[in-house]
Design a protein around this ligand. Structure first.
Ligand code: NOJ
Length: 562
């Protein structure tokens, strides 16, 4: 298994499987489902944080990096999970939230108690002379990015929730602690790591106001020190293991910076997550808005990252979904009328691209956003804050709810739907912490018996391992001007792959170049073209061609191999 042919499955532990009946997922629940995970053919599982945490940001506010949250299980459970996955050759990827700690972490508590050693672990600053906050930065969850540090008169930096205090990575002791945390988990057999919002650890000093009218994120994102600190962390921890696989979550970043973070020559990370392609339904860049998504922009951004990262020797993590995003099937396709076609078309786009695909739990059975009717159904601090801000700004409750409903992170955090049972969907025998709403029609049991999505995912995952053109082929854009179809080619040795994916609920025509006239259909989401066939049994595309064009049906995806 190598970086290029690997596929990662992402599990949000709180929502995967609850073995205890308390309504919250746990490690023993995941152990019960190891065979299912292995059946997908994935090579790594990324777990969202399950460390002790007050849970203000669902585990991204860590109060102890080297322990297991008792609500999730014990260290023995964790070791058993690593071993059980290991038996199937599946590696464990842990989520390292090292930009900030919970304010309940002992480092912060010692700082608050006056210990100067720990005070230097955080950014503590006095107000400006005029009494205003140290900088004009805003928190990503709303409000200012500074909060009072006890009764000292100082403020601490918190780019996320007030209970998530940014760590001062300029302090070598903090960097040593970070490497220590990674090494603690390496000693437990963990090889792979995801680094949360890692491109904000190198904040240029002194921390300064963003000039009026400019984006404050530019004042602390992708500073040159990020590269230095990543290289140092790599050398002091995961970089000592040639098999380690790492991914950095890059917030508000650029292709250039990311090619640098992930170019193997630089000794930083294996790959990066970027998010620009998931902002194409933000009005003027603002998340809490509701507009139809911009398909042309989606195509442009996917191409920009595929082309730019290839040119810069970098490597993308490929994904549509994660625990922070509403379900892509609701955003970019039509689950109501074309459920299986929508899910499999979106999967085709990602899985045949250059990069490492990530499958977020439930995506492989076509899980959708829940049909919630009230803000009370949402738990997430970000969604609640957004709703309150929108209504406080004068927006009607109905409109504010519609916006939150379209963008909330909880949309992806509803429990994994294992079967049609209510209320627990086979996730829990108790009351689920977040309510599923369509388990009668969308669930693993049903997909295994008669579904089209799960087998398609398994086939796509297997193809990446079978064909070097998928894992290593060169990418090129195709049909950038086409209004309905996202298309690209891959090339390797003397073979060529063409991927055509329709994002429309109506038929659309696509020109196919002469070089592909005698190509075969490697995989497609209509006509049983997801079946496993030997290469000489693949159906010829010629049967679908008319005067050099192919007519794609609603949300059809097809890959041609020449
Ligand atoms: C990104 C994580 O994915 C998100 O869930 C979290 O709220 C922020 N980082 C802060 O840690």
């Amino acid at each position: 298994m190598s970086l290029t042919d690997s596929v990662v499955y992402q599990i949000y532990p709180k929502s995967f499987r609850d073995s205890s009946g308390d309504g919250v997922g746990d490690l023993r629940g995941i152990i019960e489902k190891v065979d299912y995970i292995a059946s997908l053919g994935v090579d790594h599982v990324w777990f969202n944080p399950f460390f002790p945490s007050p849970g203000r940001d669902n585990g991204y506010d860590v109060s102890d990096y080297c322990a297991i949250d008792p609500a999730m299980g014990t260290m023995e459970d964790f070791e058993e999970l690593v071993a059980a996955l290991g038996e199937h050759g599946i590696g464990v990827m842990l989520d390292m939230v090292l930009n900030h700690t919970s304010t309940e972490h002992k480092w912060f508590q010692r700082a608050l108690a006056g210990d100067p050693v720990y005070q230097d672990y955080y950014y503590l600053l006095p107000p400006k002379e005029d009494g205003s906050l140290p900088t004009n930065w805003v928190s990503k969850f709303g409000g200012p990015a500074w909060a009072p540090f006890g009764d000292t008169g100082l403020y601490y930096l918190c780019l996320y929730d007030r209970t998530q205090a940014d760590l001062n990575w300029h302090n070598p002791a903090v960097r040593a602690e970070a490497a220590g945390v990674v090494n603690f988990w390496r000693a437990k057999g963990v090889k792979d790591f995801r680094f949360d919002v890692i491109n904000v650890i190198g904040k240029p000093l002194p921390l300064q106001d963003a000039p009026t009218g400019t984006d404050d994120r530019r004042m602390y994102t992708d500073g040159p020190l990020v590269h230095d600190y990543l290289r140092e962390l790599c050398a002091a921890s995961f970089g000592q293991d040639p098999e380690a696989m790492t991914v950095g979550e890059m917030s508000s970043t650029t292709v250039e910076a990311c090619a640098g973070y992930s170019n193997p020559a630089n000794g930083e990370l294996s790959m990066v997550f970027s998010f620009h392609h998931l902002k194409v339904d933000y009005a003027d860049g603002a998340k809490w808005t509701r507009i139809p998504y911009d398909f042309a922009a989606l195509k442009r951004i996917i191409d920009e990252w595929a082309t730019g990262m290839q040119a810069g020797g970098g490597w993308n993590a490929l994904f549509w979904n994660n625990h922070d995003q509403p379900r892509a099937i609701d955003r970019f396709a039509d689950p109501e009328h074309y459920h299986a076609e929508s899910a499999t078309m979106l999967a085709t786009v990602i899985h045949l691209l250059r990069g490492t695909p990530y499958v977020y739990m439930g995506e492989e059975i076509g899980m959708t956003d829940p049909a919630y009717l009230s803000i009370e159904d949402y738990v997430d601090v970000e969604a609640r804050n957004a709703y309150n801000e929108l209504t406080a700004g004068g927006m009607g409750a109905q409109e504010a709810f519609a916006i939150v409903h379209s963008k909330a992170r909880d949309n992806a955090r509803t429990p994994m739907q294992w079967n049609a049972e209510a209320p627990g969907a086979g996730f829990t025998s108790g009351t689920p912490w977040l309510r599923p709403t369509n388990q009668q029609t969308v669930n693993v049991e049903r997909e295994e018996a008669q579904g089209r999505i799960l087998p398609y995912y398994r086939r796509l995952i297997a193809l990446r391992k079978e064909l070097p053109i998928i894992s290593r082929g060169a990418y090129a854009p195709y049909l950038m001007e086409h209004e309905d179809v996202l298309a690209y080619t891959r090339e390797h040795d003397d073979s060529c792959l063409m991927v055509l994916c329709s994002f429309r609920g109506h038929d659309t025509e696509v020109p196919v170049p002469e070089a592909f006239a005698s190509a075969r259909i490697l995989i497609g989401n209509y006509d049983g073209n997801d079946r496993i066939r030997s290469s000489d049994e693949l159906p010829p595309v010629a049967d679908r061609l008319e005067a050099g064009t192919i007519r794609l049906r609603p949300y059809e995806a097809i890959a041609l191999l020449a």
